[in-house]
Design a protein around this ligand. Structure first.
Ligand code: N7H
Length: 437
């Protein structure tokens, strides 16, 4: 089995969090940082074993990860063998279809973000107290470059992202960690998520074993604009009201209803019981290949995991473990009535994989942003997260079941990249033996 006490806790658990602060830092004094990392930070780092039992869970999860420039600042010269990680996310902006890096949070464009702390807890008081402990411990050895406070949405929207859809349903089960996948859940070889484990076929330094690459993206969501688009372009069917037709278009764009119920199993209306039932809400394969009546080809979840469309999960080693959380306030009444975003909100997107090129980058570039995936001229961009450098996105894909070739050219993006960075989340022994002193 896996040595869970050596693996950072956010990677394999995919646990939902109420509050999370991302503290991005630059290393100012590497010698001092290394010694403080060893003596003061390492004892605070939460491992996966701890997360499994209530009694051993800390008040605040503490995880730490380093960018390539961060490893370099620490004097590490070993090649982790991931070209995307090595180059950094800024160099990838074009490949990812980002509109312009002028939308990026300035700190992500400097190349000076060396690392990130993930601090997650049930309360902001716990997060803030731990933040203080960490920054006090590291003192002048680091400089804060940027931070983002994220939180679950209030009330019955907890667990839902800002567009209103339940998130965190379909994460892969990692072999050796979770060998009893739920119906429809992908079971992936350990090495697809953790470096140096089975099916990670890259050459890695020994100390990289049981670490994982962490992709961070700050993805702004234009929520009133998304809802305006749905309201203005409903699917028209005799038995649907205009509002129901708008909801149906939204559900078909995602592939799930707000409750999480998949449109493939519940094509015309939401089914909250189905959405909440973990034994049923992921149990489908799109198994009438090349059929988009029930679920559009370009629905967000179908583009991200085509299931039987492309054979088996094993044939498509492009799985990621998502640990994302919303950031920013609820839509204000003024924003809702003017149908215009005035305050930034979105998703602090977190994805783990052993290979960024085959994981996040592949999904974004080769599937979401590729209008010809997987049937030429019939699919279009992912209508929600697909990106075309800010240009209009052709998005047919049978979004409208009454009119499969209805053209939904999306002139404006609903999700705008504000940038991010690629990190490596090392094992605890790597922190002890290689990264600290
Ligand atoms: Fe997505 N959304 O509400 O639109 N995503 N996503 N995602 N996403 C999923 O099944 C969303 C983004 C994946 O196994 C659900 O857990 C939003 C990026 C994958 O069937 C919802 C943003 C990438 C899956 C959303 C966003 C992915 C998935 C359904 C950005 C990768 C699982 C809940 C603001 C490049 C697919 C669930 C499967 C599901 C939304 C971003 C990937 C509701 C708002 C950038 C692999």
């Amino acid at each position: 089995g896996l040595n869970l006490t050596n693996i950072q806790g956010d990677i394999v658990i995919g646990q939902s969090k109420r509050h999370e602060t991302f503290l991005f830092f630059s290393i100012v004094d590497a010698t001092s940082f290394k010694s403080k990392l060893r003596r003061k930070i390492l004892p605070l780092v939460t491992n996966a074993g701890q997360m499994l039992k209530n009694e051993t869970q800390p008040n605040t999860l503490v995880n730490i990860a380093f960018s390539q420039t961060g490893l370099t600042a620490l004097g590490i010269t070993d090649n982790l063998n991931d070209t995307a990680f090595h180059a950094g996310q800024l160099a990838n902006a074009q490949t990812l279809g980002d509109p312009r890096t002028t939308h990026w949070v300035p700190a992500f464009t400097t190349g000076k973000i060396h690392g990130v702390f993930l601090l997650a807890s049930d309360t902001t008081a716990h997060v803030d107290a731990t933040l203080k402990t960490v920054t006090t411990a590291l003192g002048a050895s680091i400089k804060q470059a940027y931070s983002l406070q994220a939180a679950a949405r209030p009330g019955n929207q907890e667990g839902h992202e800002h567009f209103g859809f339940l998130d965190g349903i379909s994460n892969p089960a990692i072999q050796g960690f979770d060998d009893t996948p739920l119906p429809g859940q992908a079971s992936v070889p350990t090495g697809e998520i953790l470096l140096g484990e089975q099916n990670d076929n890259q050459i890695r330094p020994d100390w990289a074993k049981d670490g994982s690459f962490l992709v961070f993206r700050q993805l702004q969501q234009l929520v009133p604009e998304f809802h305006k688009y749905l309201t203005d372009n409903p699917i028209v069917e005799p038995h649907l009201t205009r509002a129901q037709g708008a909801d149906l278009l939204g559900a078909r764009m995602i592939g799930r209803w707000p409750s999480g119920a998949p449109v493939f199993l519940s094509p015309l209306a939401d089914d909250p019981k189905l959405g909440a039932d973990v034994h049923r809400n992921n149990n489908f394969t799109y198994a009438a290949p090349n059929n988009a009546t029930l679920c559009p080809f370009n629905a967000h979840i179908r583009k991200n995991r085509p299931r039987a469309d492309l054979g088996t999960d094993a044939k498509n080693p492009h799985h990621i473990v998502r640990g994302s959380i919303p950031y920013g306030p609820e839509v204000t009444p003024g924003e809702a009535s003017s149908q215009t975003t005035r305050v930034e909100r979105g998703m602090a997107f977190v994805a783990y994989q052993s290979n960024i090129v085959a994981g996040f980058q592949f999904l974004q570039q080769t599937w979401l942003n590729n209008p010809n995936f997987f049937i030429k001229n019939t699919t279009g961009f992912d209508p929600v997260v697909g990106a075309n450098h800010g240009a209009a996105r052709w998005s047919e894909g049978n979004l409208d079941p009454t009119n499969p070739t209805r053209n939904f050219t999306l002139v404006n993006d609903f999700v705008i990249s504000r940038g991010g960075e690629y990190f490596f989340s090392p094992s605890l022994s790597a922190i002890a033996d290689k990264l600290s002193a």
